[in-house]
Design a protein around this ligand. Structure first.
Ligand SMILES: [Zn+2]
Length: 132
């Protein structure tokens, strides 16, 4: 779709090794370094619209991303969130949470976050190195 944010080519994309998904850094004004967005290349709404191959690829991709994000960011936990409330194109936030972070779960996920382009790019490079 021409007016869909996730259908437009991103500025920076992590080579994730799956042809059905693109992995980018989350928006800088809403994310800590290493927070990712995994989105389908195809314009579909949610899990119910994925092909069997896409659904299997998503699970395999997250199985590789979790340890890569933990290693690259030092996170104790990795959270995933998907709502599609603002953009009706399948995308999942992958959110690292540091051990020293006092908040947990939803309170952590809704707490303010931001990072610089430089920190986001460095985190993407470290995650990419872990995936390679
Ligand atoms: Zn789209």
């Amino acid at each position: 779709m021409a007016d869909c944010h996730f259908c437009a080519p991103p500025d920076e994309e992590l080579e994730c090794g799956d042809p059905h998904f693109r992995v980018t850094h989350a928006p800088l004004d809403r994310a800590r370094p290493g927070t990712l967005i995994v989105a389908t290349r195809r314009h579909v709404l949610d899990f119910g619209d994925l092909s069997g191959e896409e659904a299997a690829g998503f699970g395999a991709l997250l199985r590789r991303l979790y340890p890569a994000v933990r290693a690259a960011t030092g996170a104790e936990r990795v959270h995933i969130v998907a709502t599609m409330d603002f953009v009706p194109h399948f995308h999942v936030w992958v959110v690292p949470r540091a051990a020293a972070e006092p908040l947990r779960g939803i309170p952590y996920l809704v707490s303010p976050a931001a990072c610089t382009r430089q920190d986001a790019t460095a985190a993407l490079e470290r995650i990419g190195a872990q995936l390679a």
